[in-house]
Design a protein around this ligand. Structure first.
Ligand code: LLP
Length: 417
């Protein structure tokens, strides 16, 4: 259950009417619910009580500093993939000791900064990265804590672009090469092996692939333990799916319970890197209909949000529900394609949606809190949207709508010839 519900005929975010938010902040605007965000995080941490654990929110899903700060206040850890994300979480009040650093292409300066602040762990994805980290740590005269990201070769049965645990993906170290990579890491003077890591994909709606991955990683852990390498934690990554349409993903508590049961009496701390399951249903994209257009049999609602604001439908053919902010309508229902103003056929937010709408109506694109604003761009020289966090009956502007001059503030004309 999220906090976007109709009260009477008006869609609310927590206790606030979305009409009021559109009035005050304009559109398009991302609107987040603090309560949903907190409840999703707490669902993880509560289900893991009594078991040593770290829930590291995957910053890439929504990196607004207010979102990060709300989670940091609850004691969340963070999964970062760049120095940009590192600096963001530090600004937002994160504890460096609760940060894991993932990603296939960490640069030297990024490693240096992470070592300087003292992150909990580097999730290393290749032998070459291991060597670079060893030399960076040696240069700084410190020890880098490391977990190797293993590619367990399991099929997460999700969209090919967001499936990451198969052999053909660029991610991680193949499970067959892993014992040798661990031996290499253990022999390094400035590396301390502390964990085993995997992330098999995103928007998973079944727990079974996680349990398959665990079985494979248990086999690996037994092998490397026999080599005399002690493993303190098992990081299962993120990936739990959410309900965009008719998916039926497991509840966070059930997911955690199954994993704990599967862990049995192995003495391993558990680390998770959830992104989408923390923030997707904590956000909607609020947009206004500019024009209704009828090309013979086809109806279009041209709205003021576009693929630059929310690229998931265009990029992954993702389906997200689109609902009216005001239920009462005198207009006739049609099957609409909800499209933006961008000059591409792929610029749609939803297709074939049966809605009774007219120009000027407000719509909410549901479950947009994850990979929404975070993937926004300035394509077609459009300003990025505003972001508002609702907390009970209060709204807070947590991301200002971009201004045109900000778009070219970093650009320069050539010198006059
Ligand atoms: N850990 C690692 C190493 C990851 O690569 C990811 C996501 C996560 C954790 C968080 O996964 P989540 O819990 O959010 O599924 N833009 C796509 C999703 C890309 C996911 C990339 N990696 C989308 O909009 O569906």
């Amino acid at each position: 259950m999220d906090n976007f519900e109709y009260r009477g005929e008006k869609l609310h975010a927590e206790d606030l009417d979305l009409n009021q938010i559109a009035e005050q902040f304009g559109t398009p605007t991302y609107v987040y619910s603090r309560d949903t965000l907190e409840r999703n995080y707490v669902a993880y941490s509560q289900a893991l009580e009594g078991c040593e654990h770290l829930v590291c929110y995957a910053v890439k899903a929504n990196s607004n500093i207010a979102v990060l700060n709300v989670l940091a206040q609850l004691g969340a850890g963070f999964d970062i993939v760049s120095v940009g994300e590192l600096e963001r979480v530090l600004v937002a009040g994160a504890d460096p000791k609760r940060i894991v650093f993932s990603g296939v292409g960490k640069q030297t300066h990024e490693m240096q900064r992470a070592l300087e602040v003292g992150v909990h762990c580097f999730n290393v994805e290749s032998e070459a990265e291991l060597e670079r980290l060893q030399s960076v740590a040696a240069g700084m005269n410190c020890i880098a804590p490391v977990s190797l990201r293993i590619n367990p070769d399991v099929d997460a049965k999700t969209h090919p672009y967001i499936s990451t645990g198969l052999k053909e993906n660029k991610f991680g170290i193949g499970i067959d090469q892993a014992p040798a990579a661990y031996a290499q890491a253990a022999a390094m003077t400035h590396i301390k092996v502390i964990g085993v890591d995997c992330h098999i994909g995103s928007q998973l709606t079944s727990i079974d692939p996680y349990l398959d991955a665990m079985d494979r990683l248990f086999g690996l852990i037994d092998t490397i333990t026999a080599q005399g390498i002690a493993i303190e934690h098992l990081d299962l990554g993120g990936g739990l799916g959410v309900c965009y349409g008719d998916e039926e993903p497991p509840a966070i508590a059930d997911f955690m319970a199954r994993v704990r049961a599967h862990l049995g009496d192995r003495k391993l701390a558990l680390v998770f890197e959830p992104g989408r399951s923390i923030c997707a249903d904590a956000g909607i994209l609020l947009t206004r209909v500019e024009y209704i257009k009828n090309n013979q049999d086809k109806y279009f609602a041209i709205v003021d949000a576009a693929m630059n604001d929310l690229i998931r439908p265009a990029l992954y053919s993702a389906w997200q529900d689109i609902i009216p902010v005001n239920l009462h309508s005198n207009s006739q229902a049609h099957n609409f394609d909800i499209v933006g103003p961008i000059c591409e056929t792929s610029d749609f937010l939803g297709k074939d949606r049966n809605l009774a709408i007219e120009a000027n109506d407000l719509l909410a694109v549901c479950s947009s809190g994850a990979y929404g604003f975070a993937m926004a761009s300035n394509y077609n020289s459009r300003n990025r949207a505003a972001e508002v966090m609702v907390d009970g009956d209060k709204s807070h502007l947590i991301g200002e709508r971009e201004e045109l001059s900000q778009q070219w503030a970093r650009e320069h004309l050539l010198p006059k010839s």
